[in-house]
Design a protein around this ligand. Structure first.
Ligand code: HGY
Ligand code: MN
Ligand code: MN
Ligand code: MN
Length: 428
C-alpha cells in the first residue's frame, strides 16, 4: 500500500552526503582545465573517463546499464511491473570551458544517490526507474545544444544535420563519436529515438543557475516551464587591409559591423518590453586577428531566449533585419546568417508538479513554483514524456563559471525530493 511506504520510510530517507560530495569532487577531476574550473567536452578523453566513472557508479547501485548510438547512458532498476512505461530521471555531465562542477552533475550523481536512498529505505518500485546521462547537453563542440535529448525526442532534422556536422578542428561528429566507441555506422542515429510511451514521467534535478531560491531562503524550486532558447551564427566579410595605410573612407571593417550588430542584439532584446527576454553575443571572432590588420571577417554566435516564444521570434527577425542593414551601410558582405536552433518553451506536467509539491511538503522543505531561464534536457524530454524539474539553490546564482557552488545540505534536500517523487510516480 503506497501510503504505508511513505509513512514508514520518510525518516529512513537518508542521503549519504559524504560519498555524494566525494563523487562530485572526483568527477570534477576529469577536466581539461585546472581546478576549480571544469571543462569537459563531448567525446574527449576526459568525457570518456567521466562516462566510465558514472557507469561504474550505476553498476554499484545494481542498475543495468545500456548506451545508445550517441552515448546517452541508461541505468535501470527493474520494477515489479517492468513492462509498464518506466519513470526516468537524469541530466548531463558535459561542462562548457572554465565552468563549475555542479551544473548537470547534481542531476546525474544525485539521481544515482536517490536510487540508493530508495534502495536503503526498502522501497520496491512498481514502474522501473531509469537514470539517464544525456550526451552533450552543452553546445560547445558541435554548436548543438541538448544533442542527446533532441535525438531521444526524435529529431529527424538533427539526424540529417549530424551527417555533415564538424567541430572547430573540422572533425566530423561521426568520427568523434566513433573515437569514443559510439555511432558505429551513421544510419545508426535514428535508432536513438525513444519509442512512444517509453516513460510515464521524466524528472530532472538541477541547480537553479539563478539567485532567486538563495535570496528568498527557499530550499526547493518546482519548475513550471522552461524558457524558449534560440541560437544564431553569422559572418560579415570585408576587404580587410593595412590598419595604417587604408584611409577610413576606403574601409569596410567586418569587426565594426560585428560590434554594431552586438549592440543591435541588446537593443532588440531591451525593446521587447519584457524582463524575460534575454540575448547575448557569446562568441565574436575576428579574422585575421592581428592588431594592425583591418578585420576582413567576423564570426558571431548569438544566444537569445524568452519564456514567450512569439516575443523571442520577433527579436530574431529584428536581428536578421539589422544584420542585413549593417552590411549595406558598411559595405560588408553578410556571408552567412544561420538560425541554429529556435525551440519552443516546454511546460511541466501538472501531476508531476503535484508529486514534487507533496514530496517537498512531506519533507518540510520550503518550496516555490518558478520558471527555468536556462534550458535543460528536460526541454526535449517534455516532447516524449510528461516532464518535471526540481531546482536547488546555488551560491549567488553563479553558473557556467568556476565559482558555481551548491551546499551538501541543499543537494541532499534535492535528492530526497527527487527520491520521494520517483517513488510516488513509480507506484502511480
Ligand atoms: O545554456 C543553458 O541554458 C544550459 O545551461 N546549457
Ligand atoms: Mn491508501
Ligand atoms: Mn549548462
Ligand atoms: Mn545544465
Amino acid at each position: 500500500e503506497p501510503h504505508s511506504f511513505f509513512q514508514k520510510s520518510l525518516s529512513l530517507l537518508s542521503v549519504d552526503t559524504e560519498s555524494l560530495q566525494k563523487e562530485i569532487d572526483e568527477l570534477a577531476a576529469f577536466s581539461d582545465t585546472p581546478a576549480p574550473s571544469v571543462t569537459r567536452i563531448l567525446y574527449t578523453e576526459k568525457d570518456v573517463l567521466a562516462r566510465r566513472y558514472i557507469k561504474n557508479l550505476m553498476g554499484l547501485s545494481g542498475l543495468s546499464v545500456r548506451e545508445d548510438a550517441v552515448g546517452n547512458i541508461f541505468g535501470r532498476w527493474d520494477g515489479h511491473e517492468p513492462e509498464l512505461p518506466a519513470v526516468a530521471t537524469g541530466s548531463h555531465i558535459d561542462a562548457i570551458p572554465y565552468s563549475g562542477k555542479y551544473d548537470g552533475v547534481v542531476g546525474v550523481l544525485g539521481a544515482i544517490e536517490a536510487i540508493n536512498v530508495l534502495q536503503r529505505s526498502g522501497f520496491r518500485p512498481r514502474r522501473s526507474l531509469e537514470v539517464i546521462l544525456f550526451t552533450s547537453e552543452e553546445p560547445t563542440r558541435f554548436g548543438i545544444s541538448c544533442l542527446g535529448s533532441r535525438l531521444l525526442a526524435g529529431s529527424e532534422v538533427l539526424v540529417e544535420a549530424l551527417k555533415t556536422t564538424v567541430d572547430a578542428q573540422n572533425r566530423s561528429f561521426l568520427d568523434a563519436a566513433r573515437s569514443a566507441e559510439y555511432a558505429k555506422d551513421q544510419d545508426d542515429l535514428s535508432s536513438v529515438f525513444l519509442k512512444k510511451g517509453t516513460y510515464s514521467a521524466f524528472v530532472e534535478l538541477h541547480i537553479e543557475q539563478g539567485p532567486l531560491l538563495e535570496e528568498e531562503g527557499i530550499s526547493i524550486g518546482i519548475v513550471t516551464a522552461i524558457a524558449a532558447p534560440a541560437s544564431i551564427k553569422l559572418e560579415f566579410e570585408g576587404n580587410g587591409g593595412h590598419a595604417g595605410a587604408v584611409l577610413m573612407p576606403h574601409r569596410n571593417d567586418a569587426g565594426l559591423a560585428a560590434a554594431e550588430l552586438a549592440l543591435a542584439v541588446e537593443k532588440h532584446v531591451l525593446e521587447s518590453g519584457s524582463i524575460d527576454t534575454v540575448g547575448t553575443v557569446g562568441i565574436l571572432e575576428l579574422h585575421p586577428g592581428a592588431i594592425n590588420s583591418i578585420p576582413s571577417k567576423s564570426h558571431l554566435e548569438i544566444d537569445t531566449r524568452d519564456i514567450d516564444e512569439q516575443r523571442r521570434n520577433i527579436v530574431i527577425e529584428k536581428i536578421q533585419h539589422s544584420a542585413s542593414k549593417i552590411a549595406i551601410d558598411r559595405g560588408v558582405r553578410l556571408s552567412e546568417f544561420k538560425i541554429i536552433n529556435q525551440d519552443p518553451p516546454a511546460l511541466a506536467e501538472k501531476t508531476i508538479i503535484g508529486a514534487m509539491e507533496a514530496a517537498s511538503k512531506e519533507l518540510n522543505l520550503k518550496h516555490k513554483l518558478m520558471i527555468s531561464r536556462a534550458y535543460h534536457d528536460s526541454l526535449f524530454m517534455a516532447r516524449v514524456s510528461p516532464m518535471g524539474m526540481i531546482f536547488i539553490p546555488c551560491y549567488k546564482g553563479y553558473s557556467h563559471k568556476p565559482e558555481e557552488y551548491a551546499s551538501s545540505q541543499d543537494i541532499a534536500n534535492g535528492v530526497k525530493v527527487l527520491a520521494l517523487t520517483l517513488a510516488k510516480l513509480s507506484l502511480h
